[in-house]
Write a protein of this length. Structure first.
Length: 294
């Protein structure tokens, strides 16, 4: 029901005419507010309005499916001028010892010159000293209070500051300790996370080859679409990727203050053609086993 549009005169009636098309619920809010100030509306006539039925998911499907990635010309080759220097970043919310051990086993195999781990802590997490012992030597470790609404951003904002350089030979690997809520890496997430480690984090040769060819960011499970509302309408599903520091720190590129901030970040600043995908390109919903490219 909406207010019927009529030609009315007088101050009160002019205000009523300005409400034409408003729903009865919205008018009720205005009436209560104005009545408290000593002003009341004249009687309003509401008329029914026929609206075509629409699935609640229609808008989401149209936004995701009908908007291809925003593209641009591919960047030129960008060969390294010396030995690549890789920094490995890892965020973890250590809700169980088994979770930390699962990730530490894979992180230990990474070929990186520098390792930084941000640990998000709260009353549910295991002691930080236990995490240090499981990760082993060679890590720069800091802690931050866990913020559920920010998730990985709790530590990644600081880590991004720690690695800021435009050195053309600097490369950064982005990883995260998936499985925090379940306290273990299980189900569909286990296969998905294992593939991200194997195809990106532990694939030094593949990452560096793609970057030398010109890619600014390299990852797996590149997903087109606007589900994360990125500027260039794509993202790496799962947020395991590598980036070329010289292409990132040539201008400010802050994270968005959203729980998926590190996942949306590459698609916020780099066109689809400036990225490379090493496995699972154009993937679907990886939380569903039937959509995983096994």
């Amino acid at each position: 029901m909406v207010v019927e549009a009529k030609r009315l005169t007088g101050r009160r009636h002019q205000i009523a005419a300005g409400l034409a098309g408003m729903t009865s619920r919205k008018v009720a809010r205005y009436r209560a507010r104005w009545k408290a100030d000593g002003f009341d509306l004249p009687p309003l006539h509401f008329v029914p309005v026929d609206k075509p039925p629409r699935s609640p998911r229609t808008r989401h499907r149209r936004r995701v499916a009908d908007l291809p990635p925003v593209d641009a010309p591919a960047p030129p080759a960008f060969p390294f001028t010396g030995p690549p220097q890789i920094t490995l970043l890892h965020h973890i919310w250590p809700t169980s010892r088994a979770l930390v051990e699962w990730h530490a086993e894979r992180l230990a195999q990474a070929d990186a010159e520098r390792r930084i781990c941000g640990i998000a802590t709260d009353p549910t997490t295991i002691p930080v000293d236990d995490v240090r012992a499981i990760l082993g030597p060679g890590w720069e470790i800091f802690t931050a209070r866990n913020k559920p609404k920010e998730r990985e951003l709790t530590t990644y904002r600081r880590m991004l500051e720690m690695i800021a350089t435009t050195d053309p030979n600097a490369v950064t690997l982005v990883t995260q300790g998936k499985g925090g809520k379940a306290k273990a890496v299980v189900g569909a997430v286990e296969w998905w996370t294992e593939q991200m480690y194997q195809t990106v984090t532990l694939n030094r040769r593949g990452v560096l080859k793609a970057m030398a060819a010109g890619a600014s960011v390299v990852g797996s499970f590149r997903r087109p679409g606007n589900m994360l509302r990125t500027a260039f309408r794509w993202h790496y599903s799962g947020a395991f990727y590598a980036f070329r520091n010289a292409r990132v720190f040539d201008s400010p590129k802050p994270y968005r203050s959203m729980w998926f901030g590190i996942e949306s970040w590459p698609g916020d600043y780099f066109p689809h053609s400036h990225s490379a995908c090493l496995f699972g390109d154009d993937c679907g919903n990886l939380y569903k086993v039937e959509q995983q490219p096994r």
